[in-house]
Design a protein around this ligand. Structure first.
Ligand code: NDP
Ligand code: 8X3
Length: 256
């Protein structure tokens, strides 16, 4: 039996939301696996620090807000023809607030919709025309895009959108030989909850009380697995959960 050859070295990977959490962990693991990187995010100093630690594996850092169509176009024009990524990780995203629909905050709703849906679209629209056959796109969805929960309505809607977009993008890009995957994590301890609770560290920490959540590196390993399959293998959808979480509604917490 012949071993499959993995596409795990020598390619260029562009990661949105590389300044923390999953994106930062994916950058670290991808650099160690032989990828050259283009790192994106709004916090320039974080991108620079990552570039310093990963050295020559980082080809470029692009500081822009994915919500801003013009800024996204301008930033991604800096990707030269020989830097067009073989792997695009659409990871930038956030939840803001946990209020019920009848007390929703318009600004929170706009931030989630503009980042998680329109931001993913902006980056995808700018890069896909230039991507080659054999390239892969990995969208970071969520269990929240598969199951709704109280207080999650608009975040749920954006991640259900990522689920739908992933499927339609896969169909659109099939004739061009570009694979499209979704990696959908459950609860993971990153800056996600701190952002959701608008900087309230106590509320953010309480999300992870009594169980072991996923780490950013757990998710990065899943993403690298999807990215490095042989060319004839397409992982379409990978749901990765903490062992303590059977579904979005079934989380087993130790009470001690
Ligand atoms: P973090 O808050 O740690 O990271 C979010 C990243 O997104 C940051 O790098 C941030 O960079 C970037 N980002 C946010 N808004 C923008 C914007 N407008 N423009 C550009 N970049 C932006 O959270 P995670 O790592 O957990 O989140 C990554 C993805 O994973 C998100 O899509 C999230 O919805 C999803 N997810 C998270 C789960 C969890 O439990 N943690 C579970 C399932 C999915 P900067 O602020 O520098 O711009
Ligand atoms: C993040 C996971 O369950 O907090 O997407 O929505 S959850």
């Amino acid at each position: 039996m012949k071993n499959n050859e993995l596409q795990n070295s020598g390619g260029i990977m562009l990661i949105t939301g590389a300044t923390s959490g999953f994106g930062e962990a994916i950058a670290q693991l991808a650099a160690a696996s032989g990828y050259d990187l283009i790192l994106c995010g709004r916090r320039k100093e974080r991108l620079q620090a990552l570039k310093k630690s990963l050295g020559t594996k980082v080809l470029k850092c692009l500081t822009f807000d994915v919500c801003d169509e013009e800024a996204t176009k301008k930033a991604l024009q800096e990707v030269s023809d020989d830097q067009v990524p073989q792997v695009l990780i659409n990871n930038a995203g956030l939840a803001v607030g946990t209020g019920a629909i009848d007390e929703g905050v318009y600004d929170d709703w706009n931030r989630m919709i503009n980042t998680n849906v329109k931001g993913l679209l902006h980056v995808t629209r700018e890069l896909t025309p230039r991507m080659q056959s054999g390239a892969r796109i990995i969208n970071i969805g969520s269990v929240a895009g598969k199951q709704a929960y109280p207080g999650g309505a608009v975040y749920n809607a954006t991640k259900f959108a990522v689920d739908g977009l992933t499927k339609a993008m896969r169909m659109d890009l099939l004739p061009r030989g570009i694979q499209v995957a979704q990696v959908a994590p459950g609860a993971a301890n990153t800056e996600f909850s701190l952002v959701r609770f608008k900087g309230d560290e106590h509320k953010a920490a309480a999300v992870y009380d009594g169980f072991e959540p996923l780490s950013a590196m757990d998710v990065a390993e899943a993403v690298l697995f999807v990215a490095s399959r042989p060319p004839h293998v397409s992982i379409q959808d990978l749901l990765i959960m903490p062992a303590a979480q059977a579904s979005v509604h079934h989380l087993f917490r130790n009470k001690s």
